[in-house]
Design a protein around this ligand. Structure first.
Ligand SMILES: C[S@@+](CC[C@H](N)C(=O)[O-])C[C@H]1O[C@@H](n2cnc3c(N)ncnc32)[C@H](O)[C@@H]1O
Length: 298
């Protein structure tokens, strides 16, 4: 595979500098399913790498009219693509996505580079332009992945679908609040996928990640939460939007609270059977005298 050859021949320090960590094929397939659900004509991958999303999108969608655009800043990685045929449905742009003035697209699919924004040397030129494009101040954004997300959401067509891998920690950060607010207020966020045995599924990732599935349909509704436990479970999923364990009201995900504990608690809490409720609904319980050897409660 292209990934193994590339990783073998490229020092880890180089890959880190560009945030080059690859999406496992099974996850890319799920994300592609989401993005092509409405038969898009244009799909963007802002961080193309070795093109796993292009491969999956084209394989999953038989449509002749789909045009796929990939942005990739590193010309070295592109040299590994060696596509054997001329791909009429693919345009690869070897340039910085954050500087691009593009869109809108019907579908956007991305595993953005994760690196501290402070390490991104051109940030002083890029940020003001980006802020003008999206009409918002991007204050305190410490990870480049979130800047990719904000820009991509802005480039998504009405009714378009977006699938994005994000560091799970982004749900708890200060700068994440504004993004979460916008995801909820605009009814963009439809499903969150988390992974319980992440190292098995993402052996290459340096941070805990999740997948966000969004759709710009303006429709209000619950947010589906999916927990994936193993790689072989993924292969059985025929439609990712039907595969979830819980639905959560957007009002139960306040934008100004940390989301990680809220989402994780869903999977540690027992499901309440119909006709039952929590005792805490009726009152609080405090512990009485603790005597140690307590015959009364035997
Ligand atoms: C996390 S990798 C994802 C690669 C591939 N899409 C995948 O999912 O396996 C991110 C890719 O984005 C590229 N990249 C980093 N900064 C970029 C930028 N500012 N504009 C475009 N591409 C960038 C990296 O070189 C790397 O190939």
């Amino acid at each position: 595979m292209r990934e193994s050859k590339y990783m073998l021949e490229t020092p880890i320090s180089y890959r880190k500098d560009y945030g080059q960590f690859f999406t496992p094929s099974s996850i890319a397939h799920l994300m592609a399913q989401w993005v092509i659900q409405d038969d898009p004509e244009t799909v963007l991958d802002p961080a193309f790498g070795l093109g796993v999303f292009y491969d999956k999108t084209i394989k999953t969608n038989s449509s002749q009219h789909l045009q796929f655009t990939g942005y990739e800043i590193d010309e070295n990685i592109l040299a590994y693509l060696n596509y054997d045929e001329n791909k009429a449905n693919l345009t690869i742009i070897n340039s910085d996505y954050l500087e691009a003035d593009i869109g809108p697209f019907d579908g956007i699919i991305c595993n953005p580079p994760y690196m501290r924004f402070q390490k991104f040397l051109k940030r002083h030129d890029v940020l003001p332009k980006l802020e003008r494009q999206i009409g918002k101040k991007l204050v305190g954004y410490s990870n480049i992945a979130s800047v990719f997300l904000v820009k991509a959401l802005n480039e998504l067509n009405v009714n378009g679908s977006l699938a994005f891998i994000m560091p799970f920690a982004f749900f708890n950060t200060g700068y994440g609040k504004g993004i979460k607010k916008s995801l909820l207020e605009n009814h963009l966020l439809k499903q969150i996928i988390i992974f319980s045995n992440e190292k098995d599924i993402f052996p290459d990732a340096t941070t805990t990640v999740c997948v966000l599935l969004c759709k710009k349909d303006g429709k209000e509704g619950c947010i589906k939460i999916t927990q994936i436990k193993a790689d072989d479970e993924i292969n059985k999923v025929s439609n990712i939007s039907d595969f979830y364990q819980r639905k959560i009201n957007s009002s139960d995900l306040p934008y100004n609270k940390k989301w990680t504990p809220i989402i994780l608690s869903i999977f540690t809490e027992q499901e309440i059977p119909d006709g039952f409720c929590k005792l805490s609904l009726y009152g609080a319980f405090t512990r009485g005298i603790a005597t140690g050897a307590n015959d009364f409660f035997r």
